[in-house]
Design a binder for this molecule. Structure first.
Ligand SMILES: Cc1ncc(COP(=O)(O)O)c(C=O)c1O
Length: 298
C-alpha cells in the first residue's frame, strides 16, 4: 500500500493538504487547544493508553467539555489503516472549537475541533544522534506556570529550539528563574550522579513525559535507582551523564551543554542501557499486541 500523509478532521479522512479549519477556531486564535504525539511502530501506537490518559487530563485541566476518546481512537485506527504508514508519528489536536473571537469560553459550548495527522518518521538521523551524543545549549525557561498541561501554546518552546538549532545544538535545556533545570523544549531530561538516575520531580513546571515514565519503570528491572530532585545548571554540567527522553527520539545521550563536556564527553553506559531496554520494551509490546486488522476507510 502506498504511504500517504493523512489527516482526519472531525471524523473525515483526507490528504493533509486538504484539511482546513476556520479562522475563528480557538486553537488558531488563542492556542486554546491540547495535543498528543504518539510514536507508531509497525502501524500501532506505542503507549496508547498512557497518551490517552494524559490527553484526558489536559482536557480536564483546561475545562474542555466532554470529548469522546473511544471515538477518537476509532478514528485514529481508521486513519492509520488508510495511510499505510507503519513507522510514523501520530499527532492529535483538540481545540475548544469555532466561535467568533471573544476570550471567555463559548457559551453554550461549541463542538471541539479534532484533528489527527499520521505521517512517516525516519529514525535514522536520531539513530546517528544517539550513537554520537548531542549538544544542548542552556536558555531561560520563559514558559507559563502550567507546563504539566500539554497545550499547543508552545511559543516559548519554539523560540528556544530555534535558538538551539541556530547555535548548532540538538536541544535546549531550560532553566527557571530560581536557576533550576526544568526540562528541554520537547524532551524530558534525566541525569546520572554517583550511579543514581535523577530528574526534576513531577510538578507544574514540567510535562509528565510518557517516555520518562516508561524509562523510570524500566530502571526498576535494570536495578538503577531513581531520585526526583532539582539541580542547578552548573550541577547538571557536572553530572556523569545527561540523557534526553521523548516519544520520537526515545533515549538520546547528551555529551555537551554550552561549552562543558558531560562526563567523558562520549555517550555514557546508562544511556546505552536505557535505550536497549526501551527497544526491548517496544519489541515485547509488539509481540504481545495482536496484528492490527486492516479497516475499511471511514
Ligand atoms: C516540554 C516537553 N517535555 C517533555 C516531552 C517528552 O514527553 P513524551 O515522552 O511524552 O514525548 C515533550 C514532548 O513533546 C515536551 O514537549
Amino acid at each position: 500500500m502506498a504511504m500517504q500523509v493523512l489527516a482526519c478532521l472531525n471524523g473525515e479522512i483526507m490528504p493533509v493538504e486538504e484539511a482546513k479549519v476556520s479562522v475563528w477556531d480557538r486553537g488558531f486564535v488563542f492556542g486554546d487547544a491540547v495535543y498528543e504525539v504518539f510514536r507508531m511502530y509497525r502501524g500501532r501506537c506505542f503507549l496508547e493508553a498512557e497518551h490517552l490518559a494524559r490527553l484526558a487530563r489536559s482536557l480536564k485541566e483546561l475545562k474542555f467539555p466532554g470529548c469522546d476518546l473511544d471515538r477518537l481512537m476509532d478514528r485514529v485506527r481508521a486513519t492509520i489503516a488508510a495511510s499505510g504508514i507503519l513507522e510514523g508519528t501520530l499527532y492529535v489536536q483538540i481545540t475548544r472549537g469555532v466561535a467568533p473571537r471573544s476570550h471567555p469560553f463559548p457559551s453554550p459550548p461549541v463542538p471541539p475541533t479534532e484533528v489527527i495527522i499520521v505521517r512517516p518518521y525516519d529514525d535514522r538521523p536520531t539513530q546517528a544522534a544517539r550513537e554520537a551524543g548531542v549538544r544542548l545549549i542552556s536558555l531561560p525557561d520563559l514558559r507559563w506556570k502550567r507546563c504539566d498541561i500539554k497545550s499547543t501554546n508552545l511559543l516559548a518552546n519554539v523560540l528556544a529550539i530555534e535558538e538551539a538549532h541556530r547555535a548548532g545544538a540538538f536541544e535546549a535545556v531550560l532553566v527557571d528563574d530560581a536557576g533550576l533545570v526544568t526540562e528541554a523544549t520537547h524532551s524530558s531530561i534525566l541525569w546520572v550522579r554517583d550511579g543514581i538516575l535523577e530528574g526534576t520531580p513531577e510538578g507544574n513546571e514540567i510535562l509528565p513525559g510518557m517516555t520518562r515514565k516508561l524509562v523510570l519503570h524500566l530502571t526498576e528491572s535494570l536495578g538503577i535507582p531513581f531520585r526526583g530532585t532539582h539541580v542547578r545548571l552548573e550541577e547538571l554540567k557536572g553530572a556523569d551523564e545527561v540523557i534526553l527522553v521523548a516519544t520520537t527520539s526515545e533515549v538520546v545521550p547528551v555529551t555537551r551543554i554550552d561549552d562543558a563536556a558531560i562526563g567523558s564527553g562520549s555517550p555514557g553506559p546508562v544511556a546505552k542501557r536505557l535505550h536497549g531496554a526501551y527497544e526491548a520494551a517496544v519489541e515485547a509490546w509488539l509481540a504481545r499486541e495482536p496484528e492490527v486488522p486492516a479497516r475499511p476507510v471511514a
